[in-house]
Design a protein around this ligand. Structure first.
Ligand code: DGL
Length: 337
């Protein structure tokens, strides 16, 4: 009888960076009080035997940190490792386990800078593995399922959490105490249910293969800071960031990215000193900042973040400045990515 070639399982590499998905609490009732970044990558894989039915998974421990402590260096190191693996013929997909606090920043950074159409899936969990109703194991199975699925190719960097597949650009951590933590203002791209992916939308913005940015060409990222707008605002933070060498400041403005009267002169001075000024919005349900609404951006030569929240605006700004963007180029990329 013809020997049916064993259809080779997809080969997925799991890059572990830490976070709650690798967390451990003192007891099963500790769903919020625990230590992140404890469980090593091989134990994460061993903890979900069902993975072996989906793909051949091999792990690498890139970092073991809580993600609030990610630095620009961590982004560069991780991005370069992902790009190198994506170039390998024996890698069909990549999964990154990550703390949820800055997961959305890493996902967007990779979406902008890794030139591949292979699936890259970032995943985390809201409860540690030791907790009752821990969400990490199913999130990890769903992430590997998505990374192993050819239909995930070419959709940019994906974030899989709570059965949903989100676009790395849009998704943000909107709730910090529930498993339904991650939301995309324009909705998820799809779902993973019982080992199958279901797609309903595709990304509309430039990413990965269609990006002008390339992690292989980036060896340093500039300092870009975020200052939060509120009542009784002062210009102290902006001036302090500039004094410490920030190359750009993202203003997390009230409403439509508004800037309080006492802050405007400082931003104009800092722009004149060469810093880029980006107006974003602190609103959580989804901002939408347009040029010359609320502030005369053309006259001040400021940039608007459009629908990107402050932390996403920081990522796009530092990637664009790493490639020498001036304010005109910076505004273009905010409309295209
Ligand atoms: N310290 C947070 C982090 O590593 C824990 C949150 C989590 O991973 O869910 O992002």
């Amino acid at each position: 009888a013809a020997v049916h070639a064993q259809t080779a399982k997809p080969q997925v590499v799991l890059l572990a960076t830490g976070g709650t998905i690798a967390g451990a609490g003192a007891s099963a009732t500790n769903s919020a009080t625990y230590q992140a970044a404890k469980v090593p990558v091989d134990k994460l894989i061993a903890g979900v035997p069902e993975l072996s039915a989906v793909a051949q998974v091999r792990g690498e421990q890139v970092f073991q940190i809580a993600s609030e402590s990610f630095t620009n260096e961590h982004l560069l190191t991780l991005g370069k490792r992902v790009a190198a693996l994506a170039r390998q013929a024996d890698v069909d997909g990549i999964v990154i386990t990550h703390g949820t606090d800055t997961l959305e920043e890493t996902a967007y950074f990779l979406n902008l800078t890794v030139r591949t159409d292979k699936p890259i899936v970032v995943v985390g969990s809201m409860r540690p593995s030791t907790a009752l109703s821990a969400d990490g194991t199913l999130n990890l199975l769903n992430a590997v399922t998505t990374a192993a699925d050819k239909s995930s190719r070419g959709k940019g960097v994906l974030v899989v959490m709570n059965d949903e597949i989100h676009n790395g650009r849009d998704v943000t951590k909107s709730i910090n105490i529930r498993t339904e933590a991650f939301k995309s203002p324009w909705g998820p791209l799809g779902m993973v249910v019982e080992g199958k992916t279901y797609w309903f939308r595709a990304p509309a913005k430039r990413h990965t293969m269609n990006s002008e940015f390339d992690i292989e060409q980036i060896n340093a990222l500039p300092q870009v800071d975020i200052a939060y707008g509120s009542g009784n605002a002062s210009d102290t933070a902006y001036r302090a960031f500039a004094a410490k060498g920030a190359k750009a400041i993202v203003h997390a403005g009230t409403g439509n990215g508004s800037v309080a009267g006492p802050v405007v002169p400082a931003l104009r001075e800092l722009r004149a000193q060469g810093l880029q000024i980006v107006r974003s919005a602190r609103v959580v349900g989804g901002g939408f900042v347009l040029r010359n609404a609320e502030q005369p951006d053309d006259q001040y030569d400021w940039v608007v973040a459009h629908d990107l929240n402050p932390q996403k605006a920081r990522i796009l700004t530092l990637v664009a400045l790493a490639k020498g963007a001036d304010s005109k180029t910076l505004q273009r990329v905010f409309m295209e990515y």
